[in-house]
Design a binder for this molecule. Sequence first.
Ligand code: NAD
Length: 275
Amino acid sequence: NTQLKSTVTYDEVFRGVQGKQVLDRLRLDGKVAYVTGAGQGIGRAFAHALGEAGTKVAIIDMDKGKAENVAHELTLKGISSMAVAADISKPEDVQKMIDDIVSKWGTIHIACNNAGINKNSASEDTSLEEWDQTFNINLRGTFMCCQAAGRVMLKQGYGKIINTASMASLIVPHPQKQLSYNTSKAGVVKLTQTLGTEWIDRGVRVNCISPGIVDTPLIHSESLEPLVQRWLSDIPAGRLAQVTDLQAAVVYLASDASDYMTGHNLVIEGGQSLW
Ligand code: NAD
């Protein structure tokens, strides 16, 4: 299987052969990417990073206005983009978003399944409604996106899927009360492990990124905002993550430079999960 062959030989690394240098292998020119939840926060930053590295980018968000704004930002940078309004918890929306991208740009090489929500209630008070809503978006929605994009990628024998999990998949961040969130994100890690190992011999890599606490609109919600000061003392790096701390990671996982990595969880949390 040619997809399993390395794109660079041992000797070429040291001879400066055109296209075989490390920064060349991080370039994504000519690739087609999408990012879900790209209307703000981490997804918006991922979309900019992928576009700057050379991809066309479809901006997916359930909020149409936000998706259009980010698509416009990319256009201003000279990056080809399209905005698609889709709720990734709805199977018909997921299929339509994939079909829209394929019909405009012919295929999908990079799928960034990032949309997610966070609920914060004591476990004994967690309603089934909250549980279902969280799982429908964070885990079932991520699965549906992986499957729909994966079918396109398996057919062409090439693809990179990057899911957004969370540090909360590994530890129980204190003092947040987010049972449904933590367990859904642990599911995203296992989904990634399973798909990543199942599809690699057909050219499709699946990895995830687990951010720590990132300064985005999500953490400035009414329930999380009061915790921000408290979290700072839990982070060895002494500050929250900024979205820029995550951007190079998504480019790496989207590129052929990460071809030998699949099913893994790249943790970027200022050391918080180790303390
Ligand atoms: P955010 O709330 O700032 O942005 C999320 C975006 O996703 C919004 O534009 C929203 O409209 C969109 N969205 C929500 N549900 C959707 C759905 N069903 N379909 C389509 N779009 C939807 O969030 P963020 O901080 O940028 O987080 C992005 C991802 O990163 C999430 O999966 C989140 O769980 C994860 N994460 C965030 C942090 C953090 O501290 N901010 C930490 C770890 C992981």
